[in-house]
Ligand binder design. Sequence first.
Ligand SMILES: *Cc1c(COP(=O)(O)O)cnc(C)c1O
Length: 379
Amino acid sequence: MELNNLSAENAAKLKDLMERLIADSALMLGYPVSKDFDYAELAGFLNFPINNLGDPFVASTYNIGTREMEREVLEFFAELFRAPQNNWWGYVTNGGSEGNLYGLYLAREIHPKGMVYFSQATHYSVQKNLHLLNMPNIVIRTQASGEIDYEDLRDTIKMNRHMPVIIFANIGTTMTEARDDVSKIKQILQELAIQHYYIHADGALSGSYSAFIEPRPAFDFADGADSIAISGHKFIGSPIPCGVVVVKKNNRDRIARSVSYTGSMDTTITGSRNGHTPLFLWYMIKSLGLEGFKKRALHSLEIAAYAEMRLKEIGVNAWRNPDSITVNLPEPAPQVRVKWQLALENGWCHIICMPNVTKHQIDQLVGEIAEANVMLSVS
Ligand SMILES: *Cc1c(COP(=O)(O)O)cnc(C)c1O
């Protein structure tokens, strides 16, 4: 078979696609994906059928993999999330949703008769995963900020005190990036004398950088979480969607099953697993280091504060949760919203100030919103 001999027509299609991606990337402020990565040094690894099938900590007879780097990535996050020493485990997932599914799966195995509680602002994928897992669940009200309503949580748990409690906490909701406070939740469980509980933290976006904020938001293992999932393609940045899930090892041991065909353990959701994405995450961790991560976080927070201020200056009713990189604003004119790919919910949009976002882009957007508002008031 001859390779690399596309027709002129198909080659042109690829060229068009490239141009469109370049143009659209420059105008993306509405979704939480970083675009400032440069993995060119890793291009050569596209020439291998890399597959980390099975458990990252158990070798497989399939040798073409990146397990060693995957383990270094996991160690980095286990430490960042203050996971119990010698009692943590994890793997690089296909994204935040898979990590959340995994956390809920463990919770169900530990508390088969448990009730799941999560707030109204929870990511849409969670309802589906609870359905897949056949777990009974109750939706809790949110405050206006998007943070869980602790009173409603307390009252609802009280009514179901006979059931183990499984909490699905949001460490940065999708729309307003509100953080549920894991230590407050834990306190409620203690006050109600709940004996059996499990807390999963969905840190898809904010979980990746919350450890760098002072004072540190309550979201990790030391605060009471039993598992944490993040997305890798959001704050860190990756050309392929990915994520990380970290759990307690003794909990994972309950579901471990060895498989003679691969030589490894069947401890993950999927069989074959992406071996390139651990490499991207590893590359970013090693080139940035903790200091570099922190810098990225502070940059994003600074840009978010700037965007909020600039929007307010032109009379837009913008607001932001504390220590968050998401700026909420009433829906701007449609041409502006579509151009900058701003997601819409109930008349509100958000700008997510990912590490690649610059003041220049914010100025451009604010200028266009101001101009559209002037035209509206004139017509
Ligand atoms: C993005 C997001 C998810 C899903 O993560 P994926 O990586 O897209 O699978 C889950 N929860 C929250 C809060 C998110 O923002």
